[in-house]
Write a protein that binds this ligand. Structure first.
Ligand SMILES: [Fe+2]
Ligand SMILES: [Fe+2]
Length: 198
């Protein structure tokens, strides 16, 4: 395995979680739906915990979490851009609901990267040996299920709130939430079944 690239993955994972905290802060300013607000407040807290977990993981593996890399700089830039997009929507949208839709899309974009990072950390852990394996495994086991919810549930919220805004019947809270979806297959099934829940 390429140790240098594994270290880079962890830097990007740390930067994704750091950016995620700010993304939820901005998203919570845009949110209108009370159930979604509760959901994002929870995800915001979980993301703070994830940042701590990655930081501790890096320290265990002897990696300096403060070191800058070009890759983490890109991740930071994307995160800041998502925050700026939500602030733009908040300042300029005629209705608060429009900013809420922007926030859903920004959270989905950020969580897609977050989810991928942890999927990759899991893959690396499977192939790693000894203490590195144990440290990676302990970290992803604590985080992975939460990342599934962050991504799949917010995707459901974004779709249903968009459908509502188009003047069509929406399933709120979304079926992904009701069925406690934690896999891509489950998300696809929940989406397929949405018409039945109407
Ligand atoms: Fe996370
Ligand atoms: Fe996340």
């Amino acid at each position: 395995m390429n140790t240098e690239h594994i270290t880079e993955l962890l830097y990007q994972a740390l930067e994704t979680e750091k950016g995620g905290i700010k993304i939820y802060e901005a998203a919570l300013k845009c949110v209108v739906n009370d159930d979604l607000r509760k959901e994002w407040q929870e995800y915001h807290e979980q993301t703070q915990n994830h940042e701590r977990i990655v930081r501790e993981l890096m320290e265990k593996l002897g990696i300096d979490p403060e070191k800058e890399t070009p890759g983490r700089e890109v991740v930071r830039h994307i995160g800041e851009s998502l925050v700026a997009a939500m602030e733009m929507a908040l300042a300029e949208a005629a209705e608060r609901e429009a900013a809420e839709l922007v926030a859903c899309e920004c959270v989905v974009l950020a969580e897609t990267k977050d989810h991928l990072n942890w999927e990759l950390i899991h893959e690396v852990a499977e192939k790693a040996k000894g203490q590195t394996r144990e440290a990676l495994k302990a970290a992803y086991e604590e985080v992975e299920e939460e990342e599934d919810e962050h991504l799949y549930h917010t995707t459901g919220w974004g779709r249903e709130l968009w459908i509502k805004s188009l003047g069509m019947p929406a399933v709120l809270p979304p079926p992904e939430e009701e069925k406690e979806v934690k896999t891509a297959i489950g998300a696809a099934r929940a989406k397929m079944a949405r018409k039945e829940s109407l």
